[in-house]
Design a binder for this molecule. Sequence first.
Ligand SMILES: Cc1ncc(C[n+]2csc(CCOP(=O)(O)OP(=O)(O)O)c2C)c(N)n1
Ligand SMILES: [Mg+2]
Length: 185
Amino acid sequence: MKGTEAFQELIPLIEDEPVVHANGFICRESFALKDREANFYMIGSMGLASSIGLGVALCKPDKKVIIIDGDGNVLMAMGTLAMIAAEAPKNLIHVVIDNEVYESTGSQRSLSNKVKLEEVARSTGYKNVLRVEKKEEIKAAFLKLKDSEGPNFLLIKVEPGFDPATGRVTHTPEEITDRFMQAIG
Ligand SMILES: Cc1ncc(C[n+]2csc(CCOP(=O)(O)OP(=O)(O)O)c2C)c(N)n1
Ligand SMILES: [Mg+2]
């Protein structure tokens, strides 16, 4: 499955949950498929979607909070996995689109072909950890994690191949922040 196909499966499963996106193609794919006020797009700063998502989950314990992350982003902020596991928000689902490359900047290889990120999440203490490789598996895995107390982790293994024609997020960072804060109350 290509990264785009993973998004086509995942995005329709999202209802009214706040979603915090990692930078690069992760933001761009989600924005192109379905822009929402409750989407936070981290434009620019790599590695921070997970800590922003943790903060939102801790401040809004009555909402399920979803992070959509990339393998390079997770590797850059690996300590945040430990922070999430230690804080243990029950309402957090951390989804990682793992293409084993830094695709947004030219597909340089990351380390996730050697380091299993789902094993790192499991050993830090995430409550439920699933890994899927086929697009047909995404729906059941995501819904199962949504129904289980977190913090939960879903690794979606994909082949590189986002469409370079996918547009960029057109909102400014200020607009993204303002409407996200209003949407989550
Ligand atoms: C601190 C920082 N370092 C580097 C970059 C450049 N950069 C933007 S996206 C990206 C790759 C992200 O990789 P990954 O999370 O695997 O997502 P993918 O592009 O593969 O979807 C890089 C290196 C950045 N924006 N910020
Ligand atoms: Mg990647």
